[in-house]
Design a protein around this ligand. Structure first.
Ligand code: GLA
Length: 360
């Protein structure tokens, strides 16, 4: 293939083009990865559940496989999400038959960070140090007394308050290679209320003297993008002195419909209609997803002075987490078409459009 047909090369003067991959899909996607991507994110392989399922017993085989792929591509890794309320084994929160103390949790986070950095420092250029630590809904103190208006009421939070977030950033700052950037990563990051919470979390870290280099904007689209809020959000996060990475971009079948609710559940108004519509993967529906990609990249390019990487959550439509998430938790299953490459791993029309737009 010609050099011109490479997203990574076409976007060299804008930002890196990344993909999240699983260690199981590497051989299938090898060609596309080598051609189009210059940043790689392990989908799950650097999370606690896979790297330290039992305390002190580290397992790195699956993460190593992704690092080997990155080396073959000649690129570095966006390491993803050690400290997260999901995919963390229960031992983290226990001390024998008692709940773990904050100090014990911080010590565990510290030794885990050290082990990850010792193994991967030469291969990682950015860490999502903490993932998704803000709450989704506004606090209703009557329903949830004692909960924070800002933070997710996770086990980490219940045991440590915001201290676990500070501890994670401090440990990573201690052990990560000096040129690796430290990110906070979250979703629904363009919704004003959630964005305010994320800003509070980051300001708190900054006030506590923790080094935060970047904001990971996940960019999972379940509803139509609000491009003005996207621009405003980039400006707000960059205004905190942060670099921006788009970390988990995908555009689900429901994103082409005008819907308020982002993760429709049975019983929510519009759900039935939404399912009916989402089921129809008509050429028009797929065009709409295509068009959303073109418009999103237009915005990203216009903020290339602060955006350093745009990563899609997956490579091609044959394997996407959305096939079993959100609306797909309930039958009928809806085939999702959320990525830049189709089920046969062929470039969708938007890829050529993105290549052309980068030349303008
Ligand atoms: C979140 C996490 C990711 C991944 C996706 C779903 O966005 O940050 O690590 O688990 O959900 O696959």
């Amino acid at each position: 293939m010609s050099e011109l047909f490479s997203l990574a090369k076409a976007y060299e003067n804008y930002f890196k083009i990344g993909a999240a991959v699983s260690s199981f899909g590497l051989s299938e996607y090898r060609g596309l990865l080598l051609e189009h991507f210059n940043s790689l994110t392990p989908e799950n392989e650097m999370k606690y559940a896979l790297t330290e399922a039992a305390e002190g017993q580290f397992q790195f085989e699956q993460a190593d496989a992704i690092v080997a792929m990155a080396r073959e591509m000649g690129v570095k890794i966006r390491a993803h999400a050690p400290v997260w309320h999901n995919q963390t084994a229960p031992w983290m929160y226990r001390d024998g038959d008692r709940p773990a103390s904050p100090e014990l949790i911080y010590a565990r986070i510290d030794s885990h960070s050290k082990a990850l950095c010792q193994r991967y420092n030469g291969d990682v250029y950015a860490w999502d140090v903490v993932n998704e630590a803000t709450r989704d809904d506004p606090l209703d103190p009557a329903k949830a007394p004692g909960e924070s208006p800002v933070y997710r009421n996770s086990e980490y939070y219940q045991l440590c308050g915001a201290g676990f977030i500070e501890a994670a950033f401090r440990s990573m700052a201690r052990y990560a290679a000096p040129d690796a950037q430290l990110f906070y990563n979250d979703y629904n990051e363009c919704m004003p209320e959630k964005r305010d919470r994320i800003v509070s979390l980051i300001r708190h870290l900054q006030e506590k003297g923790c080094r935060v280099d970047g904001m990971g904007m996940q960019q999972h689209y379940f509803a139509a993008p609000d491009y003005d809020e996207l621009k405003r959000s980039i400006e707000i996060y960059a205004g905190l002195g942060l670099r921006i990475h788009v970390t988990e971009l995908d555009v689900s079948m429901t994103a082409r419909l005008s819907l308020g609710d982002r993760r429709l559940k049975p019983g929510t108004p519009g759900y039935e209609e939404c399912v009916r519509e989402a089921l129809r993967a008509t050429p028009e529906a797929l065009d709409k997803i295509n068009e959303i990609y073109v418009k999103l990249f237009e915005v990203y390019r216009s903020y290339a002075d602060v955006i350093d990487c745009v990563t899609t959550w997956g490579v091609a439509d044959d394997r996407t987490w959305l096939d079993s998430f959100g609306i797909n938790r309930n039958p009928p299953r809806i085939k999702q078409h959320p990525l830049l490459f189709d089920e046969s791993r062929q470039a969708k029309p938007c890829v050529q459009q993105l290549l052309d737009a980068a030349k303008e």
